[in-house]
Design a protein around this ligand. Structure first.
Ligand SMILES: [Zn+2]
Length: 109
């Protein structure tokens, strides 16, 4: 199999360890693949990180805008979020369970 230097493209002898063109060490195909994969992964990580940071920035800007708006129009209203609704539902369910399970024992027949 013919190999070529990954740096300068010079043809390399099968048993060659160093490139005749640029003198760099020739790595086996496996090692090169590993390096490319590593590089690719790092680039991907960097890209994801940048993307996340961008999203974070956009979110923060939106939040700031929303805050400014709500500050002006209705400063003291408590906004019910989905999370609050879930809490309320859990509390109501617990009360219901309490009534169904405990009340028959409390009320005399
Ligand atoms: Zn070379």
């Amino acid at each position: 199999m013919t190999r070529y230097c990954s740096f300068c493209g010079t043809k390399i002898r099968e048993d060659g360890v160093f490139c005749e063109g640029c003198g760099r060490e020739i790595k086996s195909e496996k090692e090169t693949k590993k390096e490319i994969e590593q590089k690719f992964r790092e680039e991907l990580k960097q890209e994801i990180k940048e993307e996340l940071e961008k999203e974070q920035r956009i979110k923060e800007e939106k939040l700031k805008k929303v805050r400014k708006k709500s500050d002006r129009s209705q400063p003291l209203t408590w906004k019910v979020t989905k999370r609050d609704l879930i809490y309320i539902a859990i509390i109501l369910f617990a009360l219901f369970l309490f009534l169904v399970i405990v009340m028959p024992y409390i009320i005399p027949h």
